[in-house]
Design a protein around this ligand. Structure first.
Ligand SMILES: N[C@@H](CCC(=O)N[C@@H](CS)C(=O)NCC(=O)O)C(=O)O
Length: 286
C-alpha cells in the first residue's frame, strides 16, 4: 500500500474531498438559511428522511399505532439532507446538530424537541409505556443493546458504508478496517440471537427497532448492496431475526415513510394519516 498524502500542518476547509456528501459538508454548525418548519395537525411532528436512522422512528410510531396508542398519530415531513434542508433555521432550532431525525412533541406547552434517534425511541417508549420491558433486569438488557446500537452503527454507516459505497475511490485500507469491524458486529449479533429471540430476550423492544434498520437491512441486502461481500449467510441467527422483523406489518409501513427513492410502492415522502401509507402499499405487486 502506498500513501503519497502528507497532512498539512493545519487543516483548512478548501480541501475538497469529493464524494456523495461533499457538497453539504462544512466544518461549522448552525443555520445556513432562514426557513421555518411546517407544522401539521397532530401532536407529534417528525422531520426526517427514510435512512436507517429515520426508519427507527417511523417504525416505532407505526408500532405504537398498531398497539392502539392513538396519541402517537404523527405528521412526518421529508428533510432532503442532500439538498441541505437540515441547515434551515427551523430545523436547527429543533436540532442544533443538523441531523435527521428530530421529533417535536406539541402535546405539551412549550413543545419539546427530541433529537438523536435512540433518544427519540426511548422518549416515545417512556411517554406511552410501550416497547421497553418494565422489569429492571430485562429493561437493562434492552438499554444495553440500544446504547450498543447507537455507538456501533456509525462504524457501519460512517465507516464501512462510507468507504465501500460512497467514497469517490475504493481505498483498500479503510474498506478492510471497517469490514473487519462490521463483520465482528454481525458475529456478535448472531451469537446473541442464537440464544435470544429478540435483543432483550423474549420481548420485542426499542432495541430491535433501533437495530433492524441498520443490521437487518444490511443482511437482507437492502443497505450498501453488501450482503454478498460480507458473506451474510454466515450469520443464520441474525438472518432469522432480520426476516422475522421484516415481516411485521408495522415495519413494512414504517420503513417507507419519508422515502423518496426506490420502487413506487415504497415511497411515502410525507405522512399525515394512515391512508398515506395504505395508498402506497396498495401499489405493491402481489
Ligand atoms: N446519532 C444520530 C445520527 C443521525 C444522522 O447521522 N443522520 C444523518 C442521516 S442518517 C444525517 O442527517 N445526515 C445529514 C448531514 O450529515 O448533514 C442519530 O442517531 O439520530
Amino acid at each position: 500500500m502506498t500513501n503519497e498524502y502528507i497532512p498539512a500542518k493545519v487543516w483548512t476547509e478548501d480541501t475538497n474531498t469529493g464524494g456523495t456528501w461533499a457538497s453539504i459538508n462544512r466544518p461549522t454548525s448552525g443555520a445556513r438559511h432562514e426557513q421555518e418548519l411546517p407544522v401539521g395537525e397532530h401532536a407529534l411532528q417528525l422531520y426526517s428522511m427514510g435512512t436507517p436512522n429515520g426508519q427507527k422512528v417511523t417504525i416505532m410510531l407505526e408500532e405504537l399505532l398498531a398497539l392502539g396508542v392513538t396519541e402517537a398519530e404523527y405528521d412526518a415531513y421529508l428533510i432532503r439532507i442532500g439538498d441541505g434542508d437540515q441547515f434551515s433555521s427551523g430545523f436547527v432550532a429543533a436540532n442544533p446538530n443538523s441531523k435527521i431525525p428530530v421529533l417535536v412533541d406539541h402535546s405539551v406547552t412549550p413543545a419539546i424537541n427530541v433529537f438523536e434517534s435512540g433518544h427519540i425511541l426511548l422518549y416515545l417508549a417512556e411517554k406511552f409505556g410501550q416497547l421497553l420491558p418494565k422489569e429492571l433486569a430485562q429493561r437493562t438488557v434492552a438499554m444495553n443493546w440500544l446504547f450498543w446500537l447507537q455507538g456501533s452503527a456509525p462504524y457501519l454507516g460512517g465507516g464501512f458504508g462510507h468507504f465501500y459505497a460512497y467514497a469517490p475511490e475504493k481505498l483498500e485500507y479503510p474498506i478492510n478496517r471497517f469490514t473487519m469491524e462490521a463483520k465482528r458486529q454481525l458475529d456478535l449479533l448472531d451469537k446473541h440471537l442464537a440464544e435470544n429471540r429478540y435483543l432483550a430476550g423474549d420481548e420485542y423492544s426499542i432495541a430491535d427497532i433501533a437495530t433492524w434498520p441498520w443490521y437487518g437491512n444490511l443482511v437482507l441486502g437492502n443497505l450498501y448492496n453488501a450482503a454478498e461481500f460480507l458473506d451474510v449467510e454466515r450469520y443464520p441467527n441474525l438472518l432469522r431475526w432480520a426476516n422475522e422483523i421484516a415481516e411485521r406489518d408495522t415495519v413494512q409501513r414504517g420503513r417507507i415513510v419519508n422515502r423518496a427513492w426506490g420502487e413506487e410502492w415504497e415511497q411515502v415522502p410525507e405522512r399525515h394519516s394512515k391512508a398515506d401509507i395504505d395508498q402506497v402499499l396498495a401499489k405493491q405487486p402481489k
